[in-house]
Ligand binder design. Structure first.
Ligand code: FYN
Ligand code: ADP
Ligand code: MG
Length: 575
């Protein structure tokens, strides 16, 4: 390890980077040591930062992204040059897509050699590669600019629409020295990193006027609404207005999913029927069928083309990205929602009971149907009977954080497992990415101190499975449930050529994922019944020990691509 041998009056790049992070309230770094940042990780730990070291940079990056979502502070991911940087880049791009604030800091090799392409160790023009995939990218070449570099990275990550920022730190920078007092003076403590953005009064009035005339209003809550931490005002808006609401997956729990105004169980009814839709931190992207097509009633529907939208978003260019937005409300969600509340005034008329009763009727019917399915106890266990257990656990332990990925494991969990508190559900987000499981779980337990349950498809788990070692190493209270149905989507596919290789979607049958956790000192549980699953979860929650429950699911259970089968291109060739 490089020791700080210079006189006390001198500092260096290593220390300036750490001091700048600490000055700005950063207390945790997710990363993976190696050239040229190994010493930086050691020194960070020595200087009192928590360093969570991973087995692959992508998971460190995902952890940083989840930390950013949960705390509104940029999560930091630290990697080595070229390959390590590229491994982290997927997480950075995903964070940007999801509007999660994070900073990927990568060491890089010498500019002089990189720019002349002379073949340096891990040579790559990382800055140029990162740029199109993130919100902002910066490189610091001189120690005296480290303060500015970190300040710009922090502001870029959290202000306006949050996102991923890349910070390139060439190896030479770390060893540069400068006078300690001048170094200290060069650091910047960022003031008001994510300034409030107050919506214009006329925009608020336009929205209120539109809402006033609505016969079938609907509020759509997205994960931007969860990120904003404006829970009380959002709840007040919904309850005061009496408007039914539909949460996107990571907005579940802003209000408890059991709230009587939740229209979650009547999704396919409310979307085409609503006349005024209020989007709060939700984009009209593929997850909402771009505001068009069958989900919204299709061209034959009586409401087609007559629906009006109010969109609350911090990004002024989000409006009209898919359909015309009649009343855009640009600002931070907290400010916009409280402005709406204030403008609605006293005596706001609740929506017509024909509308709310019709929703309640559908909701009750679907919930009753779901209850019937969940009450069944088939052998072998299927997604429903396993998730009925998880549903009960969350009801009893609402502070637990749920991490969720897979196809069927994702889709079933989303509609079966109710969330009761905000920001307790972390999932595959805007891209439907696989591989966030263990990184998100690590971050969630590290930054909140809460227990985490990760419901993972067996395929999804494979992307980050090696990080169970990380979970064990830091002794984190994470309980991973692998929904094991022997394959991608399910385990019954056959090789259409008749050859000896198994089909591309099929895994080793009856794989013992539980033994992976045992290999590193955690608890492995093999569960074939809901009772065994329940017992495994209860013990994990009680002990807080790293646990992996291999939940053996019927291998015929599961649909290809879960609920998004329609996104598979149709073959033009007759089978
Ligand atoms: C929801 N529903 C319920 C409940 N909650 N029924 C009973 N009780 C409860 N609590 C109903 C709801 O009304 C829907 O029925 C159905 O259950 C599913 O609800 P969901 O999940 O909200 O709706 P849907 O149609 O699946 O949402 C579309 C979507 C979603 C695109 C937003 O599928 C999604 O987030 N998908 C992410 C997929 C993904 O990223 N996959 C990873 C890649 S997998 P109906 O109203 O009858 O429709 C690679 O292959
Ligand atoms: P979901 O997938 O859950 O619908 P999206 O990720 O599509 O959510 O949408 C989140 C939206 O929230 C983005 O358009 C983003 O600009 C917006 N957003 C994020 N944070 C804030 C905030 N603090 N205030 C206002 N809008 C925000
Ligand atoms: Mg599977």
């Amino acid at each position: 390890m490089t020791t700080h041998t210079e006189s006390q009056d001198t500092t260096d790049g290593f220390h300036l980077v750490l001091d700048a992070l600490k000055l700005n309230g950063i207390d945790t770094i997710f990363g993976l040591p190696g050239i040229p940042i190994t010493d930086l990780t050691r020194m960070a730990q020595a200087e009192g930062l928590r360093v969570i070291s991973f087995r692959h940079e992508q998971h460190a990056g995902n952890a940083a992204a989840a930390a950013g979502f949960l705390t509104q502070k940029p999560g930091i991911c630290l990697t080595v040059s070229a390959p390590g940087f590229l491994n982290g880049l997927t997480a950075l791009a995903n964070a940007t897509t999801n509007c999660f604030p994070m900073i990927l800091i990568s060491g890089s090799s010498e500019r002089e050699i990189v720019d002349l392409q002379q073949g340096d160790y891990e040579e790559m023009d990382q800055l140029a590669i990162a740029k199109p995939l993130c919100k902002a990218a910066f490189r610091v070449l001189n120690a005296e600019d480290i303060g500015v570099g970190i300040a710009r990275a922090i502001r870029s990550a959290v202000s306006g629409r949050p996102g991923g920022v890349y910070l390139d730190l060439p190896a030479k920078l770390f060893a540069q020295t400068m006078d300690a007092a001048a170094g200290k003076a060069s650091l910047i403590k960022v003031v008001d990193a994510a300034p409030k953005q107050i919506p214009a009064a006329d925009a608020v009035q336009r929205a209120v006027d539109l809402l006033k005339g609505a016969k079938k209003p609907l509020i759509l809550l997205g994960k931007g609404a969860a990120y904003a931490q404006a829970d009380d005002d959002i709840r007040a808006l919904i309850e005061k207005s009496g408007i039914p609401y539909l949460p996107m997956s990571m907005a579940k729990g802003i209000l408890p999913d059991t709230h009587k105004q939740s229209a979650a169980a009547a999704r396919s009814f409310v979307l085409p029927e609503a006349d005024v839709v209020v989007l709060i931190g939700a984009r009209l992207n593929w997850l909402l069928s771009h505001g068009k097509g069958k989900t919204w009633g299709g061209k034959d529907h009586k409401a087609w083309g007559t629906q009006k939208y109010i969109q609350i978003d911090i990004s002024p260019t989000e409006a009209d990205s898919n359909v015309a937005i009649d009343a855009p409300l640009v600002g931070d969600i907290g400010s916009c929602v409280s402005a709406l509340l204030a403008s609605m005034g006293a005596g706001w008329a609740k929506p017509p009971v024909e509308w709310t009763n019709a929703i309640s009727e559908r909701t009750s019917k679907n919930i009753a149907k779901m209850a019937e399915t969940l009450a069944k106890d088939p052998s072998p266990m299927n997604f429903h009977s396993a998730l009925a257990v998880v549903r009960d656990v969350f009801k009893e332990h609402p502070d637990t954080i749920l991490v969720n990925e897979g196809a069927n494991a994702l889709d079933f969990t989303r509609s079966i497992v109710d969330m009761y508190k905000p920001r307790k559900r972390l999932d595959v987000g805007t891209w439907g990415i696989m591989g966030i499981g263990m990184g998100f779980s690590v971050a969630a337990s590290v930054v909140t101190g809460q227990r985490v349950i990760a419901v993972e498809g067996d395929s999804a788990f494979g992307f980050s499975g090696m990080e169970v070692e990380t979970i064990c190493r830091y002794n984190l209270p994470v309980c991973v449930i692998v929904m094991n149905n022997n394959g991608v989507y399910r385990g019954t596919d056959v090789n259409q050529s008749g050859g000896t290789d198994v089909a591309p979607t099929v895994f080793v049958k009856n794989a013992r994922y539980d033994k992976m956790m045992e290999a590193f000192g955690g608890v492995g549980v093999y569960a074939t019944t809901p009772a065994e699953l329940r017992q495994g979860i209860d013990e994990a929650l009680k002990s807080g020990k790293p646990t992996l429950i291999n939940a053996v699911i019927d291998e015929t259970a599961g649909t290809e691509s879960g609920r998004i089968t329609s996104l598979n291109p149709a073959t033009t060739k007759k089978k």
